[in-house]
Ligand binder design. Structure first.
Ligand code: GTP
Ligand code: MG
Length: 334
């Protein structure tokens, strides 16, 4: 550990930061892709109202469509709020959509939050739909507020998501790795724990009125005006931040002892959190509102080892300012 590289030299930093800015501009959604998404949402809204004309129905977007971390090919995450009991059994929505030209319709009604997955071949949009799950809207707002506080958050988080996708490290449902949302929480907590910090801890501000939703407190400080210059004492470039992100999670943070907590803006010990009895040596990431939920529990021991190896591989390559190699598409050995 002692011979780990501690910093990028000036040339490496400049080259890496420039490459990150280029990549970021390529990841940003185009006007055309935004338009397809908007048309999809209108179409869905019309279909649902047509089928359940007497119910109250609101189609809300969340996830990357709402938190400003979407890329060209991000899916659309939709939460329908309604008083219609039949829609809560999401399979009725799946049937309706399958009859109206949607493809690859999958209904996961047994999940904790039942969802329908669809692909719209006309608008080329993939979508996940759930019903009456207000927490997802709140944590999307929380993420977007953090993204809006410092201009480095958006490019950094989008590049980390991109890297995770290319290395096949972000398929919580199928691959047993971590969701984009989990990677985003890792990035936010990393920025909260820099010295000086780049992000504040929005859920711990004094005088916050508790706001209880679905049994949990979802209040946080939404007044971003008061955080305008929060991160300005920290002058780190994007390149330095990416380098330290991989150093921190690849080598510095001890996964066995610690819990990543965006809520508290610091690292918690597993003993403090009472998660040490879970008997695992794996990474734990606390959901910012739903405190009993470990967002990293989608990865088992083997895939967690793989993720750790990938973080270290990325650290090596970023240490040589090799962004493209770092994000090289992972191919399974034949
Ligand atoms: P991409 O779709 O990859 O661009 O990223 P994303 O930001 O949309 O993230 P993702 O699809 O992983 O998750 C979408 C949203 O679902 C997140 O913004 C969260 O609001 C919510 N979410 C995802 N996983 C969980 C979870 O395990 N628990 C809770 N409470 N919410 C989750
Ligand atoms: Mg999404």
């Amino acid at each position: 550990k002692s011979d780990l590289k501690t910093r990028l030299n000036h040339e490496e930093d400049e080259a890496l930061t420039r490459d990150m800015q280029d990549l970021y501009s390529r990841l940003l959604p185009s006007a055309e892709s935004e338009q397809r998404r908007t048309r999809f949402i209108d179409k869905l809204d019309r279909l649902l109202r047509g089928n359940w004309p007497t119910s109250s129905i609101t189609v809300n977007v969340f996830g990357s469509t709402g938190n400003n971390l979407g890329t060209l090919d991000s899916d659309v995450d939709i939460c329908i709020t309604t008083d219609c009991r039949e829609m809560e059994r999401v399979c009725s929505i799946a049937e309706l959509l399958a009859q109206n030209g949607m493809e690859r319709v999958v209904c996961v009604s047994s999940a904790k939050v039942p969802i329908v997955k669809v692909w719209d071949p006309e608008l080329q949009v993939a979508c996940d739909i759930n019903v009456n799950n207000p927490l997802a809207l709140e944590n999307t707002d929380l993420v977007r507020t953090y993204v809006d506080i410092d201009s480095r958050v958006r490019p950094l988080a989008m590049i980390i998501k991109y890297w995770a996708k290319r290395r096949i490290l972000n398929d919580a449902a199928l691959g047993g790795t971590l969701s984009s949302y989990t990677w985003i929480c890792l990035a936010l907590n990393f920025l909260q724990t820099r010295d000086p910090p780049i992000l504040p801890t929005l859920q711990q501000q004094p005088k916050l009125e508790p706001k209880i939703l679905a049994g949990v407190n979802v209040s946080f400080d939404r007044n971003i005006e008061s955080y305008k210059d929060f991160g300005s004492r920290n002058k780190s470039s994007l390149g330095e931040l990416l380098f330290h992100f991989f150093r921190y999670y690849g080598h510095e943070l001890d996964f066995e002892q610690n819990v990543v907590s965006v809520r508290l803006g610091r690292i918690l010990s597993k003993v403090e959190k009472q998660w040490h009895l879970l008997q695992d040596n794996r990474l734990c990431v606390e959901e910012p509102f739903n405190l009993s939920r470990n967002l990293a529990n989608t990865a088992d021991d083997t895939s967690m080892r793989g993720i750790h190896m990938e973080l270290r591989r990325a650290f090596e390559l970023i240490g040589e300012a090799k962004l493209e190699d770092c994000c090289e598409q992972f191919e399974y050995p034949k």
